[in-house]
Design a protein around this ligand. Structure first.
Ligand code: F6R
Length: 575
């Protein structure tokens, strides 16, 4: 996954303006970056540095997450054609790039990188020898198989050309400039009006506006839509890392969501409940942390007798039987995760009804859903998802409440605040297991999804091998790995005798256990994190928050690059 930004402006701007927008997309990729300002191409390996003085009126830029070709300057975007008359940035994967490249090389084109993306600029350069740009772009879309959002500039021209299929692309318009980017966060501080690309559309973008065309060159009407993002503080200011800042924002995010579900989003929420009651089958589709939130939701709903299934989106089509009476509910922070989009496409082909909960308004998943609700967690800058998880879980609990789950959600945010106040104690505990190579997190029933989520956060942020599993599965093999000193985080819900006996089992083999529990009998044990709630729905959420803090402080102790863990670009599966 990569991020792209282009700006066409009436007044001159510097590269730092372009790179400032790009920085907001850094979660999409951050191994190298580059830009073109109409005169020169600059590329760098490493994190985006917002700098650059020369003034321009048109520029394109790119932050990369390597897929084809190593992390090197030549592989960083933009990529120029042979005579530098065409310069392009691209997000996506061109599956047939080798075939296209072979043809272009035969025609004399010389390639400077190992990327699939470079074919775009050479293809356009070749096409312009005989055709006008719009026809060349239509040919390009016909010739490419794969996914793309690409921005193209021609030397000496003040336009940006954009093409898109499956990779996200959105356009923002303000008084003096037009900006095109991978998502609205890139320009949410500049404008609140955006136009969203559909697949196989071409746009010509200038400082004064834009024009959209379909693949046959026919004009497409594209009204601007107002969007409203929660104001997000641009800097993490008081906090060492965005991850901590975002964990501390959880109470506010939960309050905002619950308030909205009872007020402005009430009609949509009521409609969702109505659809759930009517559906013969309910299937959740999501990935990673969002999957763990849906698994927690599956548990809540099963408790109140609502049949449902939750599937990891990348396996959805292999395990789901979708028909016209099936409601598919996608959970996604970004709203752009390709595996989730694929599941929804599949579900739609099978006649299923699509609904979603996303944190990024107007994202692809939101736009392809018949009904979509906004999570309202605010921007997540840290690659590891935290406040979105907590809000997703609160949403699930709110749905379950409609079906009879007994819970007082009015004080959920306060309970989270109470737990966050214990962070120094949690830091102390995390520092004890930080040196470990392997760690296990166990739970049962309600606490099984929580165990999975805590383990994911620990792996992702601290790079400690962590397995989150059902306590009951230990004896079927994994217990062989528990030895003297192995840390085991045990998520214990009140008097659940089974998880208590699993905890004893690992202790008998020398494990150092770390209980996260709402069972007062366990609170006095060393390394125990006491969670004060006797409602198990809320306990699930609070225990996950304790685990997020553990992951954060262990990673901090180890000096890990917390906001951007290695090998993971936020949220969207590369395709
Ligand atoms: C983990 C994390 C990922 C995402 C997953 C799905 O901290 O952030 O596991 O949860 O990539 O992303 P969304 O929710 O954007 O669909």
């Amino acid at each position: 996954m990569c991020g792209i930004v282009g700006i066409a402006s009436r007044t001159p701007f510097s590269a730092s303006m372009l790179l400032g927008r790009l920085k907001r997309l850094e979660y999409r990729g951050y191994d190298s970056f580059g830009y073109y300002d109409g005169r020169e191409i600059k590329k760098h390996v490493g994190n985006i540095r917002v700098e650059g003085r020369g003034l321009t009126r048109t520029g394109i830029s790119h932050t990369r997450w390597a897929t084809h070709g190593g992390v090197t300057e030549p592989n960083a975007h933009p990529h120029a054609a042979c005579d530098r008359s065409v310069v392009a940035v691209h997000n996506g994967i061109i599956e047939n790039f080798e075939d296209l490249k072979r043809v272009l090389v035969r025609k004399g084109h010389r390639f400077a990188s190992e990327t699939d993306s470079e074919v775009i600029s050479h293809f356009v350069e070749e096409g312009l020898k005989t055709k006008p740009i719009r026809s060349v772009l239509a040919d390009l879309m016909k010739s490419i198989s794969g996914t793309f959002a690409a921005l193209i500039m021609l030397e000496g021209r003040n336009e940006i050309y954009a093409v898109k299929r499956d990779s996200p692309l959105v356009l923002g318009v303000s008084k003096d400039l037009t900006v095109v980017a991978s998502d609205i966060y890139a320009f949410s501080d500049l404008t609140t009006e955006a136009a969203f690309f559909e697949n196989d559309e071409i746009a010509e973008i200038t400082a004064g506006g834009y024009a959209f065309f379909d693949g046959r060159g026919r004009a497409v009407a594209k009204p601007l839509r107002k969007f409203d993002l929660q104001p997000e503080p641009a800097l993490r200011r008081a906090h060492k890392h965005y991850m901590l800042k975002e964990i501390l924002e959880e109470p506010a995010a939960v309050d905002r969501l619950l308030f909205s579900l009872a007020n402005d989003q009430k009609p949509e929420f009521d409609e969702l409940i109505r659809l759930m009651r009517r559906a013969k089958k309910i299937i959740f589709a999501s990935c990673g942390t969002s999957y763990h939130a849906s698994l927690l939701g599956a548990y809540f709903l099963h408790r109140v007798g609502v049949e449902n299934q939750t599937l990891i989106a990348s396996e959805f089509r292999h395990f789901a039987n979708v028909d016209r009476d099936t409601l598919v509910l996608a959970l996604s922070q970004s709203g752009e995760t390709m595996d989730v989009i694929d599941s929804l496409n599949y579900a739609r082909e099978c006649g299923g009804r699509l609904v979603s909960l996303v944190n990024v308004p107007y994202s692809t998943i939101q736009r392809m859903s018949g009904l979509s609700l906004n999570l309202l967690a605010g921007q997540e800058v840290c690659v590891a998802s935290t406040k979105a998880f907590v809000s997703q879980a609160a949403f699930m609990l709110r749905i379950a409440q409609e079906f009879g789950f007994r819970v007082n959600l009015a004080n959920l945010a306060d309970r989270i605040r109470g737990l966050l106040r214990k962070r120094e104690q949690i830091r102390g505990i995390a520092e004890t297991f930080a040196p470990a190579r392997d760690l296990y997190v166990i739970g049962r029933g309600l606490t099984y999804p929580v165990a999975r989520e805590i383990a994911l956060k620990i792996k992702e942020i601290s790079y400690i091998h962590a397995e989150g599993m059902m306590g009951g599965e230990l004896k079927h093999g994994t217990i062989a790995l528990i030895e003297k000193g192995t840390p085991v985080i045990s998520v214990i819900n009140t008097n659940d005798p089974d998880i208590i006996s699993n905890t004893k089992e690992v202790e008998a083999r020398g494990a150092v256990t770390i209980p996260i529990t709402n069972n007062p009998a366990v609170w006095r044990r060393p390394r125990a994190v006491a969670v004060r709630t006797d409602n198990d729905g809320k306990f699930g959420i609070l225990a996950a928050v304790a685990g997020q803090l553990m992951a954060y402080y262990a990673a901090d102790k180890l000096g890990r690059p917390i906001d951007k863990p290695r090998n993971l670009a936020k949220s969207v599966t590369v395709k």
